[in-house]
Design a protein around this ligand. Structure first.
Ligand code: GDP
Length: 367
């Protein structure tokens, strides 16, 4: 029988298969007398947080744990994948604790998007989803935009209590925490892992000035995220790295657009009209006739229509059709995790296709 090993830092079960999962340690380090997982190693030596993900059960235990603590909850979402990165039910678990909603990756939004409009939209959506955040802030953890304001808001709203940072994997939580670490800890300050009742993984604890602490909870996998349907090697094609450059298409009814093999957008009915696509700049867009779209998809997915490439196309769930009859002009058809298409003119019927499980919805245009 193989011996079960545990990390001396966080106590997680050691494994060498998946770098993104809890307890990952490269096989070459398993021979050592004391074993520390890669995450704790980096934390200890470089004061750097690495993302890990948890199972749904672990997630529920963590959420339950939060309700029993007193403190400020900082919930991070990806502005570009708002629905995919939402943590459903969080409001039920946090009890009376206030929630500060932080929308990350603001640097991806085109300059024409008004931050105030985005914040109002976020507030409205949060309310619809059952959460009444104490405040909503827009940041870019990557660029450092808005981070001063977040640190200030945390200080204001926590009222001397602990802070718990929660979020799905891929929202940029590690990038965010690493920024906070730089801000909050001076030279020589030690970050620790600390036991958190009821969870399999201890939380990373960053001491704050007054004896309380900021805790980083492990990233949670949300199965609706587009990112989970894409192989890690191809994620770079759908994850925008830079400000999105909108692409405008003048379409007649009966025309379709493919975004790689990941999504399709049909113009079913209406006057000749402009549609603007906001998605990662490198994603190839193909225009075709609606009547031929099914055949083209079947014959060319993974090749002409990619990503995903041929190698990974079978992992992609089938595309599901969502039809919208749009009465008002300037409406966004959002495909969570991929981007959105702004319908510029009123009175059109369109249909968007996205992999099963990925949310598709409409909202008044952010621009
Ligand atoms: P975690 O899984 O939530 O801990 O996320 P990471 O911090 O590992 O970030 C996930 C991905 O999002 C990485 O590719 C980051 O480079 C990227 N990312 C994080 N923050 C930002 C941001 O503010 N803007 C942009 N454009 N990308 C970001």
């Amino acid at each position: 029988m193989t011996e079960v090993l545990h990390c001396i830092g966080c106590g997680a079960k050691i494994q060498s298969e998946d770098p993104k999962e809890v307890g990952y340690t490269p096989a070459s380090s398993l021979e050592k007398e004391t074993i520390i997982c890669q995450r704790c190693f980096r934390l200890k030596n470089y004061n750097e947080i690495q993302p890990v993900s948890l199972t749904d059960d672990d997630f529920l235990r963590i959420l339950n744990g939060l309700g029993e603590q007193k403190g400020l909850i900082v919930k991070i979402v990806d502005i570009f994948d708002f629905n995919g990165s939402w943590l459903p039910g969080l409001h039920r678990f946090v009890g009376n604790n206030p929630v500060l909603l932080v929308a990350n990756k603001a640097d991806l939004l085109p300059k024409s998007v008004k931050p105030k409009k985005v914040i109002n939209w976020l507030k409205k959506e949060a309310k619809v989803l059952g959460l009444q955040p104490i405040d909503v802030l827009l940041v870019s953890a990557h660029k450092g935009q808005g981070m001063e304001e977040v640190v200030e808001a945390i200080e204001n709203y926590r009222e001397g209590q602990n802070v718990f940072v929660v979020g799905c994997t891929n929202v940029g939580k590690s990038t965010f925490i690493n920024r906070i670490i730089k801000h909050a800890t001076g030279e020589g300050n030690i970050i620790t892992t600390s036991y958190f009742p009821g969870t399999t993984l201890d939380m990373i604890e960053i001491p704050l000035d007054d004896g309380s602490a900021l805790f980083d909870t492990p990233g949670i996998i949300n199965h609706h995220q587009m990112a989970h349907h894409i192989d890690a090697s191809e994620l770079k094609y759908i994850t925008p790295k830079k400000e999105i450059k909108p692409k405008v298409y003048q379409q007649n009814e009966g025309q379709s657009l493919f975004i790689g093999a990941l999504a399709r957008f049909d113009f079913i009915k209406g006057e000749r009209s402009a549609f603007t696509i906001y998605a990662a700049n490198d994603l190839p867009i193909h225009r075709t006739k609606l009547e031929k779209a099914d055949t083209i998809y079947e014959e060319h997915k993974g090749e002409l229509l990619s990503p995903p490439s041929q190698k990974f196309i079978d992992q992609l769930p089938e595309l599901v059709r969502h039809e919208f009859s749009i009465k008002d002009g300037k409406t966004d058809v959002v495909i969570s995790g991929l981007g959105w298409i702004t319908v510029q003119h009123p009175n059109v019927v369109v249909a968007a296709y996205a992999p099963r499980g990925v949310e598709v919805f409409i909202r008044p245009s952010l621009i």
